[in-house]
Design a protein around this ligand. Structure first.
Ligand code: NAD
Length: 213
């Protein structure tokens, strides 16, 4: 039996690129796929290519109502067993070139859209028997259920705090003449010099240092 036989997976941003490749792969592995995307022509073409194993739903991941529609389409196919939270935008610009609108659009699609997606699928996946995992965008690494359910009560705090760290690291990288001293967070928040990966304290290094003292 194929690994995804009998499963239904929602792929956001599935009309082209990596999302389309994931949709094709999932169908080849036996799944039914809901392709969610803003790009209607490409999405419908892909759904036609994949035949009865797939449907296209016009979806803007920043809109709750669109997630509801995509989830309903999955349930009409037989449940919801997984999400590839893939939709995203990538419009590179330097710090000084980045206007508020561009910055906010990235946050809204790449961060808020993912948050809405995780939240939208938890109930339907539980109803479908929790028999699959949610896939995390970019890494497509399987996340355990506990993480998807955000049991810590910190999704808004952790999600928003993590974002400036990534942004600061890129700003520091762009400005640092010494690429081995990368640590955006440290550089952004303090004047202390950053440790290189060789200098960073790890439990094993601390133990070795104590033994040689
Ligand atoms: N390609 C890479 O090297 C790379 C590297 C790191 C991360 N990523 C991330 O992986 C994902 C897929 O990358 P890709 O190269 O296939 O990108 P892509 O631009 O080819 O495809 C992204 C898809 O998301 C859709 N999309 C954008 N905004 C949307 C929205 N608001 N609602 C619904 N759909 C929306 C687009 O229409 C498009 O079909 C993206 O999130 C991207 O940021 C890609």
């Amino acid at each position: 039996m194929k690994p995804f036989q009998g499963k239904v997976v929602l792929v956001s941003g599935g009309a082209r690129g990596m999302g389309a490749a994931e949709a094709r792969m999932l169908v080849a592995e036996g799944a039914k796929v809901v392709i969610g995307d803003l790009r209607e022509d490409e999405g419908r073409r892909l759904a036609a290519e994949l035949g009865g194993a797939s449907v296209f739903v016009r979806q803007d991941v920043t809109e709750q109502v669109d997630w509801d529609r995509a989830v309903a389409a999955a349930e009409a196919l037989g449940g919801l067993h997984g999400l590839v939270n893939n939709a995203g935008i990538y419009k590179p610009a330097t710090l000084m070139e980045t206007g508020a609108a561009l910055f906010e659009r990235h946050l809204r699609v790449n961060q808020f859209g993912c948050f809405l997606g995780m939240k939208a699928v938890v109930g339907p996946m539980e109803r479908s028997g929790r028999s699959a995992t949610t896939l995390r965008r970019k890494t497509t690494r399987a996340s355990p259920w506990g993480e998807v359910r955000c049991g810590s009560g910190l999704p808004a705090i952790a999600g928003s705090r993590g974002a400036p760290t990534g942004g600061a690291r890129h700003r520091a990288d762009a400005r640092s003449p010494d690429r081995s001293r990368r640590s955006g967070r440290r550089r952004a928040s303090s004047s202390a010099p950053a440790r290189s990966s060789r200098q960073r304290r790890t439990p094993a290094r601390c133990r070795r240092a104590r033994r040689t003292r």
